[in-house]
Write a protein that binds this ligand. Structure first.
Ligand code: PGA
Length: 259
């Protein structure tokens, strides 16, 4: 049995491009807030679409919940149609930002672009959740090289002091948006935890690598969330679909609070 950790679990809800309107967004948010604000061992973060952040920010006063965005750009202001900068997000109440999600990578984001975004958001004081993950698995370990390259290129030129607020979310693409039976199994997640920490150690030294929280994401549900946290030895979860369901997401939070 894995040993208990004393640090808070970091549970992040990625709402993706949902829901359709602000009323629904408020309902989901308030449904989750009821549970999240009483939990002392869990830091809850909700990442709604940009357009809801400012309104949702009015509904809470940092009651153990933080708001995050699903992307940010690498400049403050300027002629970049459609982009949103970290400073704008900070001004509407976001303190976390997800960068490099596989669904954005699928739209064309490269490691180089992600590196610029990560660097900027970290320098602007955000807790940056950098997503990495392989598309599929092979029998000779090419996916491990792929992950190593993602980490090296997405964190290129960053120093130890820059990554104090970095969080890594490991999300194997083949396990995203499936059923909980198709989520990655906890022993495999544990293997990946060791691998990712090793790559980070080689890049930034052991002390820094150990301090970077590592999350798992990909078809997490309340049925398997604690098993993933305990046996997978991760510091938290990045939850997609289930984070839009206040009952299920609250259960994930409550269960994590018991660990
Ligand atoms: P999922 O999404 O929980 O719906 O698989 C996770 C993610 O893409 O962040």
């Amino acid at each position: 049995m894995a040993k208990k950790t004393r640090t808070k679990k970091l549970i992040i809800g990625n709402w993706k491009m949902n829901p359709e309107n602000l009323l629904q967004a408020k309902e989901i948010f308030l449904g989750i807030r009821k549970t999240a604000r009483d939990l002392t061992r869990v830091q809850t973060v909700m990442c709604p679409p940009f357009v809801y952040i400012s309104e949702l920010n009015k509904l809470f006063h940092r009651e153990r919940i933080a708001l995050g965005a699903q992307d940010s750009f690498y400049e403050d202001t300027g002629s970049f149609t459609g982009q949103i900068s970290p400073i704008m997000l900070k001004n509407v109440g976001a303190t976390y930002v997800i960068i490099g999600h596989s669904e954005r990578r699928a739209l064309g984001e490269t490691n180089e672009l992600i590196n610029k975004k990560v660097t900027k958001a970290l320098r602007d004081g955000f807790r940056v959740v950098l997503c990495i993950g392989e598309k599929d698995r092979d029998s000779h370990g090419a996916y491990l090289e792929f992950l190593k390259t993602q980490l090296k290129e997405c964190l290129a030129k960053l120093q130890k002091k820059d990554i104090e607020k970095l969080v890594i979310a490991y999300e194997p693409i083949w396990a995203i948006g499936k059923t909980d039976k198709e989520a990655m199994q906890p022993p495999q997640i544990y293997e990946m935890t060791i691998f990712i920490k090793k790559v980070l150690t080689d890049m930034f030294g052991n002390e820094t690598a150990v301090a970077v929280p590592l999350l798992y994401g990909g078809s997490v549900s309340s049925k398997i969330s604690n098993q993933i946290l305990v046996e997978g030895q991760v510091n938290g979860l990045l939850v997609g679909k289930q984070s839009l369901n206040p009952e299920d997401f609250s259960l994930i939070l409550k269960n994590a609070n018991e660990i």
